[in-house]
Design a binder for this molecule. Sequence first.
Ligand code: ACO
Ligand code: AKG
Length: 373
Amino acid sequence: MNPIHINDTTLRDGEQAAGVAFSVEEKVALAVLMDEIGIPELEVGIPAMGNDEAIAISKICQLGLKADIIGWNRAVRSDIEASIACGLKRVHISIPVSEIQISAKFGGDCRRVFDRLRDAVSFAVDRGLFVAVGGEDSSRADESFLLDVVLAAREWGAGRFRFCDTVGILDPGTTARMVGNLARSIPIPIEMHTHNDFGLATANALAGIQAGATSVNTTVNGLGERAGNAALEEIVMILKRLYHHELAIDTRRFRELSGLVAIASGYDVPPWKAIVGENTFVHESGIHAHGVLKNPRTYEPFSPEEVGRERKLVVGKHSGRHLVLNVLEQNGIHLSHEEARSVLDEVRSLSIRVKRGLTTEELINLVPAGRKV
Ligand SMILES: CC(=O)SCCNC(=O)CCNC(=O)[C@H](O)C(C)(C)COP(=O)(O)OP(=O)(O)OC[C@H]1O[C@@H](n2cnc3c(N)ncnc32)[C@H](O)[C@@H]1OP(=O)(O)O
Ligand SMILES: O=C(O)CCC(=O)C(=O)O
């Protein structure tokens, strides 16, 4: 597999999640943190929105970050001018490529796709900008039309093409076929942009990468339009752990980054969310806890420290004697296996009543008085 470039769009598509509105300070703080962590490229927003959005983008541009900074634009000159006014040196220019989008936006006139794109790309290239082009709704586009658009964009000076599964309707097999065909036919890098409407955003992004895409658009916590985007933390950990890529990204700060995005977006991360969810290294079930006490690798794909988390063992409805004995022993209480079994019965009843795992104090309270010292 080729080296894979990460272009994170938390500050653009992530912020497009309904109800999310980052302040200038939040956008700047997130850009700084992502830069410190080593994300190589950040799509930081939409300059044409003006006001606070343009102020935040300008501030980020002035920070001198190591990351490449890119702004999102329609194929409209005034959008590019707004990007230039923010100090951006890299612009992403989006153009609709499916019949349904061309019909809604350009009255069904395919020539306008080429006219608008040529005008916008040439305008940006003439001003010395790096230009990436995005095919909005690529996954529903006619494939030969899509190829014509990309080849034309390349001809006018585009240096990268973003393949967008805008409404998240692809599956990994179809993604691999479509992106593979494109990768064999175009001389510029392909970037995957996938949505999670069917829960396949990460899988589809990876299928595109395996088929020849070399860049991927991600968002922290998978934040984004509707069901969100391919999650940064998932893509990075998959590339690192499953495909053994060398990525200069400090994954130990993923928890911190996830927390900052959760606060700024106003949306909590579900406990079961891959990589950054609260429960990803918490073990309650008897068989799991028994295994983890012997060797954490029995039930953990990698160590929690790698993503800034800690392992926790929680006594609850599904726990077994080994965990109960272990927790009590750490608190100076030594029971026989028979005694542990009767405490376990109490643990199950109480857990059902309170509908959660128990605190250590609650567990100790279940131990018969005479056995506590
Ligand atoms: C799939 C995606 O995520 S695309 C990114 C979507 N993100 C956003 O929309 C968030 C930020 N957007 C905005 O702030 C505003 O929509 C703006 C500033 C870009 C434009 O605002 P407005 O001028 O009020 O237009 P509005 O949003 O109502 O309509 C969009 C217009 O852009 C046109 N348009 C949409 N996509 C493109 C494109 N890629 N290239 C050129 N024109 C486009 C539409 O046809 C419509 O044009 P019209 O006004 O001539 O009918
Ligand atoms: O960059 C583009 O062209 C559109 C990106 C996007 O947000 C999408 O297609 O969902």
